[in-house]
Design a protein. Sequence first.
Length: 366
Amino acid sequence: MVKAILDGKDFKLGLFSPNCSGGMAVTKAPDRWSASWDDNLRLAQIADEVGIDFLLPIARWIGYGGETNFHGSVLDPTVWAASLLASTKRISIFATIHTAYNHPVVVAKQMATVDQVGKGRAGLNVVAGWNKPEYETFGIDLPQDHDDRYALAQEWFDIVKKIWTTEGSFDWDGKFFQLQHVESLPKPHDGMIPILNAGSSKQGREFAAKNANFVFTIVGGPEDGAEVVKTVTSQATEEFHRQAGVFTLGYCVVRPTEKEAIDFLHYYAEENADWDAVDNLMTLQGMHAQSFTPEMLSMFRNRFAGGHGSCPIIGTPDQVADEIERFAKAGFGGMTLSFFDYAAELPYFAEEVLPRLEAKGVRLPR
């Protein structure tokens, strides 16, 4: 039986980063997302009931500074995923795991257990690493060469996959890992766990095309996204003889009127933006003022304040549904959304936007 998240029947919708303080909004607004366990549990159960397809967490160990220390409080993604899977019935829930900080034998056991808890609804987001201060937190050097970073990730993932698919024990003699009498039970609930990977470099895209069910990537909008989809899917097919879908991400404000939506975005992402945290985050990701015109830099700063640099999906239910449809027509298999207050705003999105997407044929009824 094909897992629902992998069936390819329609456009999948997920929620990104609810396990992190602030979610994706780099804001000082006092009513911003708390990322408490109680709020995450409430959100997961709402999402499960209304037909959201998956939840995707971020793995983070130190914040980005600023007045709020954006993402300074983060629920551990693996524990979070297992706990939410035990409290839901239908929705898929990913864990996000960094290859550099987590031993593959341990991860294989953890994720098989998580998948048993969810009876086949777990997913794994594999991160090869990019955040230099976090490497320093762990006392590890961040390889400057992307080839080395992804060579480690590939060997790491090959070991995890072999553990999940091999009966009995095996030895491993690789460049990064030398292992003896490796065995692990239980296996995942019903075969391989769905894999997601976000890679933007040449090596990252190649890793995703070779290994992931879904390539997760930020784009400027549906137009340039269509070319990214074509490139990634072609690489998976032509070089690795496999299928890979492409997901992207956006931040959503949906209100009865366009003015209400724009005013609320202005409230949290301009009037109350944590600009020091925005600038720290952008600098860490290599987005320096020297690299962009003032107009481009302003646009990126606004997008980072609103939703961590993702695409704005702002307006009335009709406008939001139309914008999501544009991503579907560009070839994306799905996307994640973030909200200023996920649990408070998701019911209105579900009531007003999801039926419009079904009427357009973008999504099937759940």
